[in-house]
Design a protein around this ligand. Structure first.
Ligand SMILES: Nc1ncnc2c1ncn2[C@@H]1O[C@H](COP(=O)(O)OP(=O)(O)OP(=O)(O)O)[C@@H](O)[C@H]1O
Length: 271
């Protein structure tokens, strides 16, 4: 571990000016002998839009996968909305979280993946209604009204009866965004949501996300290689390298006056 990395976790988080919605404390994630996250401390304030940038393999997606509980940390704790995601309290002690507890906390989190992951056998409207009915217990009427409003928001109000395969990749991704929002999550995780799209479809998806970022109070945690998009929507950009935040700040600061040599190198390669 370099000297830079060993001090990097102490960088204060300038965006924390409200309540913390996400908090990682000393999180370690290993795959075999590969330590991907090493004692990671990191937080996201409620309502903020935070973008993770950094070289391939630096651990950005792992952070989102931990929040979705697709993987579990080897050490440390993760809290969302003040509740432990990784643990639960039993008899005044913290114990590893059980499935029921995890499901409850995870209701606050929505995620949009690179590959849209829509239910192929369900029409677009049903895709949006399924989880609100089965997980949140909404009535079908309530879920349908919510689904129609969200499809309007992403510009697909006229495609309710299409099956996912009848839509372009960009339209499918807009459905996936609407589907994540249908659960009214407190935080929306976005993992390289345009990287599987043909170039001409990218702008439409990013416009929808810009709109959501600018018109709602949802918290966003975003992994992207689209630096212009990161610049537009982010309150804070975190530069990751080897599982550590090596630099964080406003997009203006990170993109125009990066302090860290690794950040300069990375931006030099991608901008
Ligand atoms: N399921 C897995 N099994 C083994 N190793 C994994 C697994 N998932 C991720 N890794 C490894 O963990 C490290 C971090 O991966 P991660 O996907 O979080 O990086 P990233 O910064 O998001 O990269 P990219 O920008 O390429 O998506 C990489 O070395 C990767 O090979």
């Amino acid at each position: 571990m370099s000297a830079d990395n060993s001090t990097s976790q102490e960088i204060p988080n300038p965006a924390v000016d409200g309540s913390e919605l996400i908090r990682f404390d000393k999180v370690v994630k290993r795959y075999g002998s590969n330590t991907v996250l090493d004692q990671l401390d990191f937080s996201v304030a409620s309502g903020k839009h935070v973008t993770l940038i950094g070289p391939s393999g630096s651990g950005k997606t792992t952070i989102l996968r931990l929040l979705m509980t697709l993987v579990r940390p080897d050490e440390g704790t993760i809290r969302v909305g003040g509740q432990y995601l990784t643990h639960e309290e039993k008899n005044g002690r913290l114990v590893p979280a059980g499935e029921k507890h995890v499901r409850e906390v995870r209701k606050n989190i929505g995620m949009v993946f690179q590959q849209f992951n829509l239910f192929p056998n369900m029409k677009v409207l049903r895709n949006l209604m399924e989880a609100p009915v089965t997980v949140l217990g909404l009535s079908k009427d309530e879920a349908e009204q919510r689904a129609r409003e969200l499809l309007d928001l992403v510009g697909l109000g006229d495609r309710c009866d299409a099956y996912p395969t009848q839509l372009s990749g960009g339209q499918q991704q807009r459905v996936a965004i609407a589907r994540a929002l249908a659960m009214r999550p407190q935080v929306l995780l976005l993992d390289e949501v345009t990287s599987a799209l043909d170039p001409e479809l990218v702008a439409g998806v990013l416009d929808v996300l810009r709109d959501i970022a600018h018109t709602t109070d949802i918290t966003m945690l975003c992994v992207t290689h689209e630096m212009n998009f990161a610049r537009d929507i982010s309150d804070q950009v975190l530069m990751f390298d080897s599982g550590h935040v090596i630099e964080s700040g406003t997009p203006e600061k990170i993109f125009t006056e990066p302090e860290h040599e690794r950040t300069r190198e990375f931006l030099g390669a991608v901008l």
